[in-house]
Design a protein around this ligand. Structure first.
Ligand code: MG
Length: 375
């Protein structure tokens, strides 16, 4: 007999977890902690689902997300069957008074947390890991690429040494480094140092975090093939669709983006315009797993590879990538993995397939004690 998955309680939480080395920078952000902002959803039969979004651990904005969950979404969820995920997603997404104040941003991060908790319940109720519930694994192994050695707060030599270690000693077949400073020539030297350090076989991606303008990117673009750059990530401001179209037509190196696109409609516009080559949906920025799957299907229809941004630090995306045929590799950043009952594991450069029932989001009992913040 199936367990009773009627929702009885929705309990938001905020965790602030320290990043590697206690501080990292890219061209637009400085972080000391990663915010894990989400909710427990309890059900009558005893199954508890967990879902969360990822933030820059700014308590005031994190509280906007948790209040959206508790004040606006919880009343729509209590008494409903958690396994009716698509119907509940539509009820939250189309809730008119809330949609009026935000069709993206805070409301989306809040829906992402709830939606993930519902998928977690559905997978637990069927006693399967999420990837299996979604249809099973589409690949025998999922490559991980490592971003955690290439922060802009580190000097070029340290970044090159980190990347060499990741490739030579830890088995990664790819790394990503941050660029996008006010001195593009220094950025090119950084790219060159890393390419020299990792050799010709490992892949190297670079990430501007939306900092440069079209003129700057065009000035460095002719040099990028010298270093066999796999992609340039967020070369321009996130919403600059015409700029990305012009860049895609002028630059040989492929463009990756998506971590700042909040909706299926935004992805449709960028993909249909030919403004993106590597599609980077993030289920913590989109409205959860439900909308992520729609974006991945869209990318598949255009035969574009999906390489998610990991606002969840890979906990859920590892399930989605194993299950979806458009996903080709997955970013690895280890900051929050010790919070979970089944943390992500990379062995010899590949993600280990999760085995526990659920979406990979169940917290260890001590995670809230160690990292919990007041709501
Ligand atoms: Mg990025």
């Amino acid at each position: 007999m199936l367990p009773d998955t009627t929702i009885t309680a929705v309990e938001p939480f905020i965790l602030h977890v320290p990043v590697t080395g206690n501080m990292i920078q890219d061209s637009t952000h400085t972080l000391t902690h990663w915010g894990v902002v989400g909710t427990r959803v309890r059900t009558a039969g005893g199954i508890t689902g967990y879902g969360f979004s990822g933030t820059h651990a700014h308590l005031a904005s994190d509280r906007l997300i948790t209040s959206c969950i508790s004040d606006s979404y919880a009343p729509l969820l209590i008494g409903q069957d958690a396994c009716d995920v698509q119907r509940l997603w539509s009820a939250l997404y189309n809730c008119a008074p809330i949609q009026w104040v935000g069709r993206s941003g805070i409301t989306h991060l809040a829906i992402a947390a709830v939606d993930t908790a519902l998928w977690d319940i559905k997978a637990k109720a069927s006693e399967q890991p999420l990837w299996k519930l979604l249809g099973g694994a589409t690949c025998s192994r999922l490559e991980a690429y490592n971003t955690d050695g290439g922060w802009l707060s580190l000097d070029s030599q340290t970044v090159a040494d980190n990347c060499r270690r990741l490739v030579e000693s830890e088995g990664y077949r790819g790394v990503k480094i941050k660029i996008g400073t006010d001195d593009p020539r220094a950025d090119l030297k950084r790219i060159e140092a890393v390419r020299t350090a990792i050799g010709e076989h490992a892949t190297l991606a670079v990430d501007c975090n939306g900092r440069w303008n079209l003129t700057t990117v065009l000035s460095v673009a002719p040099r990028l093939p010298d270093f066999d750059v796999l992609w340039v990530e967020e070369p321009l401001f996130y919403d600059d669709l015409p700029g990305h179209v012009r860049l895609a037509q002028a630059m040989l190196t492929p463009i990756a983006l998506g971590e700042q696109l909040y909706t299926l409609d935004s992805f449709r516009d960028f993909i249909a315009a030919g403004a993106v080559h590597w599609v980077q949906p993030d289920m913590t920025r989109l409205a959860g797993i439900t909308e992520w799957l729609r974006v991945a299907d869209l990318a598949l229809a255009y035969h574009l590879p999906v390489v998610p941004h990991v606002g969840d630090m890979g906990q859920v995306h590892v399930h989605l990538c194993y299950a979806h045929p458009a996903a080709t590799r997955l970013e690895y950043i280890p900051w929050i993995k010790d919070c979970f009952e089944e943390p992500i594991v990379v062995e010899s450069g590949y993600y280990v397939l999760p085995q526990l029932p659920g979406a990979g989001t169940t917290f260890r009992p001590d995670a809230v004690e160690r990292y919990g913040m007041e709501l």
